[in-house]
Design a protein around this ligand. Sequence first.
Ligand code: G3I
Length: 350
Amino acid sequence: MVVAFRWFVPLLASVAVVTPCWSQETPRPLREFARRQRLLVGTAVGYSELVDDPRFAQTAARECNLVTTENELKWGIVHPAPDTFDFTRADAIVDFARANRMKVRGHTLVWHQQNPAWLTNGTFTRDELIALLRTHIHTVAGRYRRRIKHWDVVNEAFDDASGTLRDTLWLRGIGPEYIELAFQFAHEAAPRAKLFYNDFLIELIGPKFDAVYALVADLKARGVPIHGVGFQAHAFLSTSCTTCFDQMATRFKQIADLGLEVAITELDVPIVQPTTPAALADQAVLYDTALAACLSVRRCRTFVMWGLTDRYSWIPSFFPTMDDALILDRDYAPKPAYFALRDRLAGPRR
Ligand code: G3I
């Protein structure tokens, strides 16, 4: 692949203002094209790369108008002991976003993973667990009520492929009502925030999508404050990935027809190693298909990738035979997927 340009590295690694310092030949960034489509284009951001790698901060600020907190607002980091909240890392990401005119997507208020040991090993009555959930959500969403306007409130409540609610500490301790309680608590804490249910593999036809559809339709019909559904879109989790996004636009429309927003929240497209030019071309098609699906639905205004550069991705440590899932390579050079997104965004306005 021809590397069409270089991005210059700022000398200062700062989570505050990132000084634009790229060369004249550098093309317009994705966020500029996204603005004309009235779209938020974002990346997950981890604290470490943000503070340790100036190129990462520079590139995220240049290309994106939204960041999602990758891990830093999960219970395990932000709520390490029953009476202790630690916002150091999350604040750094939120401050970075504000300094660079980016929105923040809060991720996530209720999940079954990355919870602190005091919570997972504790013994609580139902009322105690509800009180813990309320305090957590009021404290976290409340702190950022002016700065975080989009939340992945409940994450992955359904089993991996079925339509069954996942067996989690929340389901066991509270019952299925934990979902609506989480949305109510989030709305109390941040009344102007848009609140999303977020999950993976729901771009496919199948029992999982049906179950999520039924859940959110019921919540909406009963007046629970839910505003949208986040489609994570980790492409490879599907077994038939050349076609895994073919139904995405249809799924989006079904949710939008309920009066809810849709968002792509964690897109990545890993490649079974070794990476070849053909695999990069296929990857570009999948990124483009996802973006086209979002642009085809008026209620889709958010397109978030689970990272920007192959230098930082959750994939190889979880799936050692896969890698290179993102739109920039390890040296921050744009891959075919980057150009596919740029060309799609530069196309006709929706
Ligand atoms: O912070 C510790 C560090 O102190 C320690 O030395 C190191 C040793 O392994 O682990 C570090 O924690 C890791 C953490 O990421 C931060 O890098 C955890 O082990 C690791 O399990 C954790 O992985 C995260 C994963 O969620 C947890 O399941 C990934 O970064 C994060 O990208 C991923 O994100 C999830 C979304 O939240 C929900 N949807 C799926 C997505 C991918 O799994």
